[in-house]
Design a protein around this ligand. Structure first.
Ligand code: CMP
Length: 139
């Protein structure tokens, strides 16, 4: 069976709260493996391109402003992430999810995760060259 890979972005609100390690720990303690990771301060062009699917939504400009307000941490994870991340609006996120515990609101919501396997592939290719994504040979 093919390895299922997805992406997570720790957004500027969570980076500025200094909870990068706590969010890594949520993934690792739920059995996900980090196979690529980097910190990056997105340019406006990169943020607009990444969220192009939302370009006609009323929140698009605020979303881009927020995503370029500070560095993010982008990672590729093996296995599923959506349940650990929680609902987009932290008020609707289940207890114990990342957004329930670390998000401020729907806009500053701590993390981004791909919403499907097809989008995961597109988003991984957006941030990483193939040689930057590793095969975890031990463990
Ligand atoms: P994310 O998972 O990164 O995908 C799109 C982002 O748009 C979302 O998380 C939120 O940070 C942001 N956003 C802001 N307002 C809304 C909204 N009303 N509905 C959905 N997403 C929103």
């Amino acid at each position: 069976m093919a390895i299922e890979r997805t992406i997570s972005i720790i957004k500027p609100d969570a980076v500025s709260k200094n909870v990068i390690g706590k969010i890594y720990d949520r993934f690792e303690s739920n059995g996900l493996k980090i196979v690529a990771a980097k910190m990056k301060h997105l340019t406006r062009e990169e943020a607009e391109a990444f969220y192009a699917v939302h370009k006609d939504r009323p929140f698009f400009n605020d979303l881009v402003d927020f995503m370029v307000s500070g560095p993010v941490v982008v990672m590729v994870l093996e296995a599923k992430n959506r349940e650990i991340m929680g609902a987009t609006n932290p008020e609707n996120a289940a207890e114990g999810t990342i957004r329930k515990d670390f998000a401020n609101n729907t806009s500053e919501n701590a993390v981004h995760g791909s919403d499907s396997l097809e989008n995961a592939k597109i988003e991984i290719d957006f941030f990483f060259n193939p040689e930057e994504v590793y095969v975890r040979t031990i463990g």
